[in-house]
Design a protein around this ligand. Structure first.
Ligand code: TTP
Ligand code: MG
Length: 353
């Protein structure tokens, strides 16, 4: 495989940082963006928190009631997605200029393939030095134009670049040249490898494997036996190998809404009435954005947080409200029939173009 240089960047505490920028008097105070905490009785989750709030143990995905307990004096703000999307677009417009091979991953992160730097036939070290300069320039431009900080990771592939970003957060820049890959990864926790979540990590930790260097002791066969095909990827990732190209595909655009019931419920009247409101709100967004719907995802969380989703892609993209509503309600009904457990949350997302 050809030698590559990949840059990854990710905005720091994105939603909360935008709120800080918009409200300078919040600076230095703990900020939590997410559901309404309702004095500790709120039932949604935290979207993100700034670093001051993280000091109290608050993190993305945590129940908002728990965040409230950890730091009741934090500033709790609702999710202003429209604003974050606009800011994201501006940032991505800036980043795109740095390479024709640009792949956006989410609202606040993207990869850039900088391998074109190799075409300039100078020494390898100079190439990596140049990549670092580009990273610094990108950070500076985002800060000057948008007043927001981000972290940049640069490496010989996407895997190493992303892990470098995570290690350099916040407001950092870390370059890992091919010679440094193995020693950089060695001491890190296995959960730094994308795809190794808490469940996989638990199985590995039961074998005494905590760090990436310890993971290297397991053979490819053993990992394959334990985890199937993805085990082979763990084997390679532990050695800093990753062949995934930067995909220039646009991220799937979607519009959606979800609600958490005030009380867990099995009452179909309440559930379908709320779902109808969601469908209408989401359809309104579809109209406002002048989008077509390519498919739907219905989300359902039972009272015990067990979460399921069902999705469908339409043969032809559509704007037909009745059709979308019928398909979405079919899925919701299936969830109700599948389990007798009360529902905590329902949601609908439309994939659009
Ligand atoms: P992340 O980049 O994962 O997090 P972050 O930017 O807030 O913080 P970090 O400095 O660690 O990068 O996610 C980007 C945004 O996506 C985040 O600001 C809010 C949103 N988000 C959620 O709404 N729910 C989640 O569970 C996560 C992880 C993110
Ligand atoms: Mg981020």
């Amino acid at each position: 495989m050809k030698k590559r240089i990949i840059l990854h960047f990710d905005m720091d505490y994105f939603f909360a940082q935008i709120e800080e920028r918009e409200n300078p008097h919040f600076k230095g105070k703990p900020i939590v963006v997410g559901a309404d905490p309702k004095g500790g009785r709120g039932r949604g989750v935290v979207s993100t928190a700034n670093y001051e709030a993280r000091k109290f143990g608050i993190k993305s995905g945590m129940p908002i009631s728990k965040a409230f307990k950890l730091c009741p004096k934090a500033i709790f703000l609702p999710v202003n997605m429209e604003l974050y999307q606009k800011v994201s677009e501006k940032i991505m417009e800036i980043a795109k200029k740095y390479s024709p091979i640009f792949g956006q991953i989410s609202l606040d992160e993207a990869y850039l393939d900088l391998s074109f730097l190799f075409h300039d036939r100078r020494k390898k070290e100079i190439v990596w030095e140049k990549a670092k300069k580009l990273g610094e320039k990108l950070k500076k431009e985002i800060f000057e134009k948008e007043r927001l900080i981000c972290t940049v990771g640069i490496g010989p592939n996407k895997l190493v670049a992303k892990i470098a970003t995570n290690q350099a957060k916040p407001n950092g820049l870390l370059v890992i040249t091919p010679q440094k890959v193995k020693s950089f990864l060695a001491p890190l926790d296995i959960e730094e490898i994308p795809g190794i979540g808490p469940k996989t990590a638990k199985r590995l930790k039961s074998l005494g494997i905590r760090t990436i260097s310890q993971l290297r002791k397991l053979s490819k066969e053993k990992l394959k036996k334990m985890f199937g095909k993805v085990g082979e990827r763990f084997f390679e990732a532990a050695r800093g190998i990753d062949r995934e190209p930067v995909l220039v595909k646009e991220i799937v655009k979607s519009v959606g809404k979800q609600i958490t019931f005030e009380k867990d419920t099995r009452d179909p009247k309440i559930i379908f009435a709320e779902f109808e409101k969601i469908i209408k709100a989401v359809f309104q967004e579809l109209k406002e954005g002048n989008f077509y719907c390519k498919g739907i995802v219905v989300l359902c969380r039972y009272f015990d947080f067990e979460t399921h989703s069902k999705s469908k892609t339409f043969k032809k993209k559509t704007k037909n409200f009745k059709l979308i509503k019928r398909e979405a309600e079919k899925f919701l009904l299936k969830f109700l029939l599948k389990s007798k457990k009360p529902l905590r949350l329902i949601g609908l997302r439309l994939k659009v173009s």
